[in-house]
Design a protein around this ligand. Structure first.
Ligand code: IVH
Length: 668
């Protein structure tokens, strides 16, 4: 390659890498995989090595990515926060070992830990107290996120034990367990908010929230894997980690002291598959020289220590064919492209569909129908298309083009400035938006109409019986019973459930309306701030934002909702059907005696209606389930509890509790 060409390519690479860095560290919205990113960085590194005159002081090879944001105070790290050299090949790990042995003159002990896929954090403790938590930032200066980090339960605000230095730093990775991530995305989906691509982005996004109460509501966790200070308890990494563990830190649970490189390689092989069974994401193994003295001899480069290396497992991939693309319209009108693939086996499951994210992603890939594509399952639950084989493309195949009109109702799509998604603005007439709102309305955490599933709602809509959530309350028995798949009995059940839902708590009704950004928690806050919907409708911006957790975004959305005459009409028809929007709200959804318990109510009772019991369970922090499963904590059993339920409870070992026993539980 000629110097002029190299200069041109280096410039392109720097621009691309900077863009991806920004997407990854600042926006938390990467559009390429770590592997692809590393390929770009490696190419640039190789060019700069060959033509050193091309190295610029601000080249991305010279620094680690920056996650600095404007809203947090900045704080300088006492020791720079370096990153790690990384590799995907076992040979390179062996070469790393050979280099280390050559420098030291002997083969040292190594420590292997998993490489957690989260956000790195540096915690400073003084006299046993957590005084500061700072993100990596640019490696020298990071964001002070102490208030947010204090909400993470596994991070001690005070440590105790022997050998604790007066002042020290401990570094680690904040992450979101997979289950917490899935629950969080499900809640966001119900709210029509954009989903996080993977747990790492969700953790990063959460850590940078400006309201620590929001942070506290998300199940962040943390592993601490690096102790720094002037008077450390031991002269080696492994013992320092064990000391840190004894002081109360959550340190890597999978950690192995290895006698040499052979043991390191066995660890890499063992954990390649084992790690998939862990409840959190890992993307490799970090290999560290154990002795601190040896670490000192090996030293550091500008970017990373010479005494450690990260080995990354390549995400599992498979090659298949793109058959077609669906453009799905969600409850809030967001249009999501989903690829239909020729079924292919990937990481133990058959993959038929893959997410394409948005129009930018389609364009970036340059997809054509019939293309041979590479799918990958990384940290994500849904596989994604990461590459296209353009050489094997059949002549005349058509490019995949993002529609300009809503595939469901034909309305021209809108893309807001700065947003990646297209959406259909005609929420009043676009069918999936209508049914989506009704499905949300009847869902378990909203009005909880058990007999009305997604399919039944769609059936009701298609048959012209329901155009709006209020229509549900005007349905006649014969209309329901005459529908396909519904009989007399289901029709009566549905009507009974609809009828009893009229007395559901006020905050649930508010949540059920499906106001943008008003999730369960926000609905509770609003319902306790305003005794009824008339007060809420009249609320000013100031009155709204005076409430905890309500910022300008939610306030604007609430006001916009009530400014729309169609919404007002829906509410007045619901009221005419007997729904009252108001009432006192029981606080203490958390910390109550039934916190974390799942309760089933079955049969009829002497002193209470089922709804009253339901409210009592919820007020005590418990959750109501409609059917008995292994997760059920207990059943409140009335006089005529069905024999099938009773048998199932015995089978699963779920205890039965009488009305009186239950009262004692909640009184306690
Ligand atoms: S040690 C100077 N140990 O990976 C070495 N890092 O690509 C300090 N990471 O910046 C890092 N798991 O954010 C270390 N067990 C582990 C790790 C780990 C994840 C992250 C960390 C680091 C990045 C480097």
């Amino acid at each position: 390659m000629k110097l002029a060409d190299a200069r041109k390519r280096a410039r392109e690479l720097r621009k691309t890498i900077d863009e991806h860095n920004h997407r990854y560290y600042v926006l938390n919205q990467p559009i390429i995989t770590d592997f692809e990113f590393d390929l770009l960085l490696n190419e640039l590194q190789a060019l700069e090595k060959k033509f050193p005159q091309l190295v610029t002081p601000d080249s991305p090879t010279m620094r680690v990515g920056s996650d600095l944001t404007a809203e947090f105070l900045q704080s300088e790290h006492s020791w720079p926060m370096l990153s790690l050299g990384n590799t995907y090949s076992i040979e390179e790990v062996t070469e790393f070992g050979a280099r280390v042995s050559r420098t030291l003159g002997y083969e040292p002990q190594y420590v292997c830990e998993l490489k957690y896929d989260g956000v790195s954090i540096s915690l400073t403790y003084e006299n046993g107290l957590l005084v500061r938590a700072v993100t990596r930032g640019d490696g020298t200066v990071g964001d002070d996120v102490t208030v947010n980090v204090r909400t993470i339960r596994s991070i001690p605000v005070r440590v105790s034990g022997t050998g604790i230095p007066a002042s020290f730093a401990v570094r680690g990775e904040i992450y979101l367990p997979r289950k917490g991530f899935e629950e969080m995305n499900a809640a966001r989906q119900a709210l029509g908010e954009p989903l996080f691509a993977n747990p790492r982005n969700a953790a990063a996004g959460t850590l940078k929230l400006l309201d620590p109460r929001m942070v506290a509501s998300r199940p962040l966790d943390c592993f601490l894997y690096y102790l720094l200070g002037k008077e450390l308890p031991a002269d080696n990494h492994y013992d320092n980690i064990m000391a840190a563990r004894s002081w109360g830190f959550r340190t890597p649970d999978i950690i192995q002291l290895c006698g040499g490189m052979d043991e390191v390689i066995s660890f890499l092989r063992l954990w390649e598959d084992e790690r998939k069974r862990l409840p959190y994401d890992t993307d490799g193994v970090v290999i560290k020289v154990n002795s601190l003295a040896a670490q000192g001899i090996l030293g550091v480069t500008a970017k990373s220590p010479r005494w450690a290396i990260a080995f990354k497992y390549a995400a599992e991939q498979a090659v298949t064919r793109l058959l077609s693309v669906d453009f799905q319209v969600g409850r809030t009108g967001n249009v999501t492209p989903v690829a239909n693939l020729e079924p292919v086996l990937l990481a133990g499951t058959t993959v038929k569909r893959a997410s394409l994210h948005n129009s930018d992603q389609i364009e970036l890939l340059g997809l054509h129908y019939g293309d041979s594509v590479t799918v990958e399952k990384g940290g994500e639950i849904i596989p994604k298309i990461v590459g296209v084989d353009t050489f094997s493309r059949l002549p005349g195949s058509e490019a995949v083009i993002f529609p300009q009109e809503c595939p469901e109702c034909g309305t021209p799509l809108v893309r807001n400035e700065g947003e990646a998604n297209h959406y259909c603005p005609d929420y009043l007439h676009c069918p999936p938006q209508i049914t989506g709102r009704i499905i949300h309305f009847v869902s378990r955490k909203a009005m909880d109409i058990d007999g009305l599933g997604e399919e039944t709602v769609e059936l009701l809509y298609r048959s012209g019986l329901v155009r709006n959530m209020a229509d549900l309350y005007y349905l006649k028995h014969e209309q329901l019973a005459s529908l396909d798949r519904l009989g007399d009995k289901s029709a009566s059940n549905i009507l009974a459930e609809l009828n009893s839902s009229l007395s559901a708590p006020w905050h649930r009704k508010l949540f059920a309306l499906g106001i943008r950004h008003v999730g369960e928690t926000v609905a509770r806050v609003l319902a306790s701030g305003f005794t009824d919907i008339d007060a809420l409708m009249k609320a000013t911006d100031e009155e709204l934002t005076d409430l905890p957790e309500i910022g300008p975004r939610i306030s604007a959305s609430v006001r916009e909702y009530f400014a729309d005459p169609d919404n007002i009409e829906t509410i007045s028809r619901l009221r005419a059907a007997g729904m009252r929007f108001g009432g006192a709200i029981q606080r203490a959804a958390s910390g109550g005696p039934l916190e974390g318990k799942r309760v089933v109510i079955s049969g009829t009772f002497k002193n209470f209606t089922r709804d009253q019991l339901k409210e009592a369970v919820e007020a005590a922090g418990g959750k109501i389930s409609s059917s008995v499963s292994g997760n059920t904590s207990f059943i409140i059993a009335g006089s005529d509890m069905g024999p099938a339920k009773r048998a199932k409870a015995t089978d699963l070992g779920v205890p039965l509790v009488s009305e009186d026993e239950f009262l004692k539980m909640v009184e306690e």
